[in-house]
Design a protein around this ligand. Structure first.
Ligand code: PHE
Length: 455
């Protein structure tokens, strides 16, 4: 390969995914994250097991997939980052694009803190140091760890470094190359863990708790939680799918790609529960610990399990991989913005954003400990970042994309792109249009007002 120095006035063709599979792995990598393996199982347990799963599936199909189609289409049509994508169609809407760049930047800062905990726990389960801790002490050990000032910050830095190291090499040589290794590894580990968990004595009870439908727990709240979870889990409303769509070839079938990505994401979420609950019940633990399930209950389960250090390390490796393929997509949104709009070169963009994200993550991490008294609107810095991104920026991002595609850009123009100028059949064109224009915006507004405690 001959390398020619960049000359002024050169326009570099935008990179594209090498194949449809590469795109699906990358987008599924973005979607599959802490949301699937950490959050989905415990909200399912909390909101009625199988009944919640049903509602979740309806939300993914009815709202998630159509919104993903809209985001991918906007990205592919404009071949730009979110700011450029909105601006390409209507410059007045650039601000909505900015929201889609600011949100991933902020999420990245605290998401990589949590991802850092998973790496630390991988090391601690593998070395056997957690196996020495009594089950009732596990919560104290966890709180002690995340509230300390050194190690969690260090692991957060490691996570940011890994992410920057991959994104810096570009879409094909960086992201694509790595998701092709990481995603198959994730599947193999997940299947091995499910197999181990389901073959334990007493596994059936856990599976029953997880999946037996309890319609009495299925409140209106559960339905809203399902929609919020679907959005977060499918990486919607954050500019990620716009950005990944901008590297998608014009010949690809967007609806089929969106369905594949959503299927993979949902399958991983379901399997994560099947790996966790049977093991929890088989060793006689209580699953009702909410967010502590992964860092408090599971380490105790692994301590009790034969070869638990291996299975435990594999579980936390799984979480770390899932988190890494998500942080990659979060960083890529911001990098794409700087490269497209601010003419940074990729290396400078990745290093700059990486540095800023690391810096912002430090107070997020320390707010679990020495900075816990510093609050913003009554929340710790960590909770504040989580709150404004998940409860405000994400629903707004989702609302804007539906209104923009449904009403501003125009559904007919969008459909022309989805059908590749009429060369592809899109059987659900009518339903999709109706959902994007009416159903999705209304549903998102309800979730939004609910999360602000207005209704
Ligand atoms: N979908 C990821 C998860 O489930 C989180 C994420 C959101 C990643 C938005 C990228 C963009 O954990």
């Amino acid at each position: 390969m001959s390398i020619r120095k960049k000359q002024p006035g050169d326009t570099i063709a935008r990179e594209q995914w090498g194949s449809k599979l590469a795109f699906i792995l990358a987008a599924a990598g973005s979607a599959v994250g802490l949301g699937n393996i950490w959050k989905f199982p415990y909200v399912t347990g909390q909101y009625g097991g199988g009944a919640f799963v049903l509602v979740y599936l309806v939300m993914v199909l009815m709202i998630g997939v159509p919104v993903m189609i809209a985001e991918l289409t906007l990205g592919r049509t404009s071949e730009k980052n979110p700011v450029g994508a909105y601006g390409f169609i209507n410059p007045k809407w650039k601000l909505a694009g900015f929201l889609n760049v600011a949100a991933p930047f902020l999420i990245l800062s605290y998401y990589s803190v949590v991802a850092g905990w998973t790496i630390a726990y991988m090391v601690r389960t593998f070395s056997g140091s957690l196996a020495k801790v009594a089950p009732e002490q596990m919560a104290d050990v966890f709180v002690g760890f995340i509230s300390s000032s050194g190690e969690p910050v260090l692991w957060h830095g490691v996570m940011v470094l890994l992410t920057v190291g991959i994104v810096i090499s570009g879409v094909k040589a960086g992201i694509e190359r790595w998701v092709k290794v990481l995603m198959p590894a994730l599947f193999i580990i997940l299947l091995a863990l499910v197999a181990r968990s389901l073959t334990l004595d007493g596994a059936a009870e856990g599976l029953g708790f997880y999946l037996r439908p309890d319609f009495s727990k299925l409140s209106g709240e559960a339905i809203l939680v399902a929609l919020g979870q679907a959005f977060f889990s499918l990486s919607l409303g954050m500019g990620a799918m716009i950005t990944y769509g901008s590297y998608l070839a014009k010949k690809e079938n967007i609806p089929s790609a969106a369905i594949s990505v959503s299927l993979v994401d949902t399958l991983v979420a379901l399997l994560a529960g099947a790996a966790i609950f049977p093991a929890v019940f088989a060793f006689g633990f209580e699953p009702g610990q909410g967010a502590g399930l992964v860092f408090i209950t599971l380490p105790a389960v692994f301590a009790a399990m034969p070869f638990g250090n291996i299975f435990g390390a594999l579980f936390f490796l799984l979480l770390s991989i899932a988190a890494l393929t998500s942080t990659i997509s979060l960083l890529e949104v911001v990098v794409a913005y700087l490269v497209d709009e601010r003419k940074y070169d990729r290396k400078k963009a990745a290093l700059t954003v990486g540095t800023l994200v690391f810096i912002l993550g430090v107070p997020a991490s320390l707010s679990q400990g020495i900075l816990s008294d510093v609050t913003i609107f009554g929340k710790s810095f960590f909770d504040f970042l989580d709150y404004i991104t998940s409860n405000i920026m994400l629903p707004l991002g989702g609302l804007f994309i539906t209104i923009f595609v449904g009403w501003v850009w125009g559904i007919d123009k969008a459909l022309k792109q989805i059908t590749n100028e009429g060369t592809l059949a899109f059987a659900f064109a009518g339903i999709w249009s109706f959902i994007i224009r009416y159903v999705a915006p209304v549903a998102i507004i309800i979730v939004f007002l609910r999360s602000l405690e207005i209704i």
